[in-house]
Each structure stands twice: as C-alpha cells, then as structure tokens.
Design a binder for this molecule. Sequence first.
Ligand SMILES: [Ca+2]
Length: 382
Amino acid sequence: MKKTLAILMTLVLSIGVLIPVTATQAANGEKTEYLVQFAGPAEVGLMNAFGVKSESVLHEYQLLPVKLLELTEAQAKGLKNHPHILHVEPNAEAYALSQTVPWGISHVQAITAHNSGYTGENVKVAILDTGIDNKHEDLFSNVKGGYSVFTDSANSDPFYDGNGHGTHVAGTVAALDNNLGVIGVAYNADLYAVKVLNNSGSGSYDGIAQGIEWAVNNGMDIINMSLGGSASSAILENMVNAANNAGVLLIAAAGNSGNIFGWGDTVGYPAKYGSVMAVAAIDSNNRRANFSSHGPAVEISAPGVSVLSTTPGNNYASFNGTSMASPHVAGVAALIKGANPTLTNSQIRQIMNDTALNLGTWNYYGNGLVRAMNGINLALTY
Ligand SMILES: [Ca+2]
C-alpha cells in the first residue's frame, strides 16, 4: 500500500513537473544554486522525482536538513511547491559591508574628533552649489532643507543635482557614518541644499547673493561656497560682509586658477573678500595642488586632490579642486561649533587659523592645513 502510493506520487510528480521542466529547459536550461530545506527524510526520493542528480548536490549541512543544490528554474519551482520542502531560496550573494574613509577625512583629524564624540551635531551648513541629491544612500538623513534661486523647471528643485558637484561637496562635509560609501568630516551636521548653480555648474553673482541671503534668513551657521568668479563686485562684497556680520561663517574655494610656478595673485571671488575664508587645495603630501589659486587672500589649506565623495544616484567619485578642499574646512568648522556651540563665527575662524599646521609659503597655504582635533581642543578652552 505504502509502496504503491510512493510510486504513484513519483509518477504524478514526474508528469506534473515533466512538462514545465522541458518547457523551461528549452528556453532556460541554465542551472543556478539554491539552498533547499527539507521538511524531513525521504530527500533522495524527492530529488529523484524532480530529476535532481547526485552531482547537483553541492553541499549537505549537518545542523539542518538543508542542501545546496544546482537546479533549473523549473526544478526549483517544483520543489518549492512540494509539501515536504520548507524553503527553496536562491543562494544569494553576500558582500562585506564597508565604509571607506577618504584620505582627506583623516588628514584633517576628523576621525580623531569622531572618536572623541565630536560629529557636528546641530550645526547647520548651507551648501551653495548645484543642489544635493537628498535621496543618496549616504546623505539622505542629513539633508534637512534647501532652496533654489532658479525658477525654470530643470533647476528649480534644490534636491535635483544634475551636475554632481554639489552632492560631492555635501558628502565631504557630512556623508553618513554607516556601513557603506564614505564618511564626511562632520557626519551629524545638518546639510541645506542652496542651489545657486544650475545643472551645468554655472550661476551668477545675483544667484550667489540670493543664496547668501537665504542662508542668513534661515539661521545657517556656516556657508560653503565651492564656487567663484574672476570679476570683483562691490555688491557681492557687501553681501558677504552683511552675512558675516549676521554671524554666519563663510568659507569659499580659493579657485583653480593657480599656475605651477605659483606666481601672482589668482584667488577668485568671493574667496578673496576679507569676510570669507579662502581655501587652498593640497595633496596627501601637504603640497599645493598645482591648480590651486595662490595669493595673499589664501587663508587656510585642505585636501583637494583625489577626493572621494558622493555623487547623485548612490554613486561615488574622486574629484580634484579647491571645491573639494573648501568643504573639508566647512566640516571642521562644524565639528568645532558642535564642540562648543557658544562660539561665534569669528571665534571659529580664529580657532581654525590658530591651530592649522603651518606648511610654509603664505600665498600658497595661508595658515596651513586645517586640523579638527587641535581646533576642538582650543575651542573647549573658550
Ligand atoms: Ca557612509
């Protein structure tokens, strides 16, 4: 009785499965790996019934009635529907979860600061740039708001960064500390996407001025401007002075107009104005990047060569530029402000300048390499 039933079952199963097996095999006979958990014994009979040969058994577990099998899609489907099978799952790929620390982040002592509990919490940083992709896996929870100075549909959304520049800058300031991507200098700081550059990366002094005004009106602590022009403007200067007087710390890229000889004054605007910190770019050997603008207005230096950070669509890329150096300083400023929230913008600026690592030639490096932990330690004495 039992024997007959078993045979019948086998026959029914064979017929039931035979057609789909041949049908799918013709189209897709490729075998892939599945983890299969059986409800109990009689495993061999079951596998025979589904045409699973012994060479398709890649591994048998001891702890549970589980086997790693090589199956066609049809075999897997058939087994999955059988009452004596608990689970049929594709042998999914696993990846080591890891977060890369870009060299510049440790170079400005940010990791040391993190390890001491300083992360830029409750500090608001406005990124005046091409926008920030606020859905990026390594940024989303830090992007707290934004504004676009553009009204055309392609550029009116501050969270659409059709260029990538602003998202990259934002990541250096505050990419999340998780198990993926990169980490920012001040990974708990609040980011605000102020889109003053369009998706092609260009804008106007009017747009920059509007962005500065928005930052003042919305209580920003720090403005990062990885942008600049060669034209001087009394109105733009008055605008950055007004923001500075309102208590906002302004940090800007010195410019990428340097020459390899380091001759002349090539710092751009608004970095050149006295109320703005002009940031030069250095490499991992603390040498001026040959594109980094030089001149008496250079105030401080930060990593700006091979800077790995976030780009739109959950991507990451390495860029060069004083645009990449400036957000390192903005991030350090956020760490210092977070460590001592009573500090004014001019005190934070003074602290960063007093604790920078002297690198020599003023017109190249200003006060030198910005250093988070030295800055925090001084900030705590204020
Ligand atoms: Ca991360």
